[in-house]
Design a protein around this ligand. Structure first.
Ligand SMILES: NC(=O)c1ccc[n+]([C@@H]2O[C@H](COP(=O)([O-])OP(=O)(O)OC[C@H]3O[C@@H](n4cnc5c(N)ncnc54)[C@H](OP(=O)(O)O)[C@@H]3O)[C@@H](O)[C@H]2O)c1
Length: 296
């Protein structure tokens, strides 16, 4: 079997177009959606991610407010900046790019962002709301995965899904989301992690396998049920002497073997990646409308 490729790009474009239409509607009501993008230090990957977020905002008609600080900004000044953004009614969403320099406490920063402006969905209040099935901001990558599956026509109702990786930004919120008693979700979810014994025993039974581990080749073709849907969230840079750059990006799934067994599979790059940024814009537009992430 050769799997159908689930490309994230077209879905991300559709999300951005839908968001742009929503933003245009808000502007006719005098609301100009604005997202603050806060970056601390000069981490090269963070610079690229923030640039992509700024470009996506522009594509959706969202005003991005760039706030760039030196790595030695200090706790007090960073928290003061967030308090000021929380109080500013012209700012609807606040994104602080992680990782932060080591002397800054990321949890404290997340806890300081107003839950109503927490478009990343990382605040404990939003995480708790998701776990309880209440309206809130859903983290962008899990939201993107669900929208990708929906776009591909995958009905999760009653399906057995194995999510590998239990981070607070991907695996855990994704497992919470997929198991909600909601139309198109309602899956039976197993959340696997590094201490899971005999992972293949579970993945071989799964209708959908989602890998969010940060380790290449965690999922191989022999670990899959024929026809399974495979979503690869991982982004890993590995050495590749055949490339001019000397390296390339791979996911957590061994694409060559998995694509021979799976029914559908996401590539890396070009799968889940583009959806995260599109969902950030979607959440920012929802925040400007005074709403939460909506799945319908
Ligand atoms: N596409 C995107 O937009 C996007 C967004 C975010 C992240 N990512 C990528 O997704 C990957 C995961 O990111 P993250 O932040 O969720 O990672 P993370 O915080 O490092 O969490 C990794 C998880 O994988 C589990 N794990 C490690 N080795 C394992 C193994 N051999 N078998 C089963 N589980 C194992 C860990 O288990 P323990 O809890 O037991 O340690 C942990 O729960 C990374 O490659 C990251 O770059 C992509």
């Amino acid at each position: 079997m050769t799997a159908t490729l689930l490309q994230g790009g077209p879905v991300a474009e559709a999300i951005l177009a839908e968001t742009a239409a929503r933003v245009a509607g808000l502007k006719t009501r005098g609301i100009e959606p604005a997202l603050a993008l806060v970056r601390v230090g000069e981490d090269p990957a963070s610079i690229v991610y923030v640039r992509k977020k700024r470009e996506a905002c522009a594509a959706a008609g969202i005003r991005s407010i760039d706030l760039e600080f030196p790595a030695d900004i200090g706790r007090g000044r960073l928290l003061e900046t967030i308090y000021r953004l929380n109080a500013d009614q012209a700012v609807h969403g606040i994104l602080v790019q992680f990782p932060l320099p080591k002397d800054l406490d990321q949890d404290e920063v997340v806890n300081t962002i107003s839950p109503a402006k927490d478009v990343d969905g990382f605040h404990p209040l939003n995480a708790g709301r998701l776990a309880l099935g209440l309206p809130g901001f859903v983290p962008c990558t899990p939201l993107g995965v669900v929208l990708l599956l929906r776009h591909a026509g995958v009905n999760l109702d009653g399906k057995f899904v194995v999510v590998i990786g239990r981070s607070n930004i991907v695996g855990r919120p994704l497992a919470n989301l997929l198991s909600l008693k909601r139309l198109g979700l309602n899956a039976t979810v197993l959340l696997a992690h590094a201490s899971t014994v005999d992972l293949p025993r579970f993945t071989r039974e799964a209708d959908v396998v989602i890998a969010a581990v940060g380790r290449p080749r965690t999922v191989t073709g022999e670990m899959l049920k024929p026809g399974a849907v495979v979503i690869d969230v991982g982004i890993n840079r590995i050495d590749d002497p055949t490339r001019k750059s000397g390296s390339r990006l791979v996911g957590d799934v061994d694409f060559d073997s998995a694509s021979k067994v799976a029914g559908m599979i996401t590539p890396v790059p070009g799968g889940v990646g583009p959806l995260t940024v599109a969902c950030l814009c979607r959440n920012a537009a929802a925040a400007a409308a005074g709403e939460w992430s909506r799945l319908s």
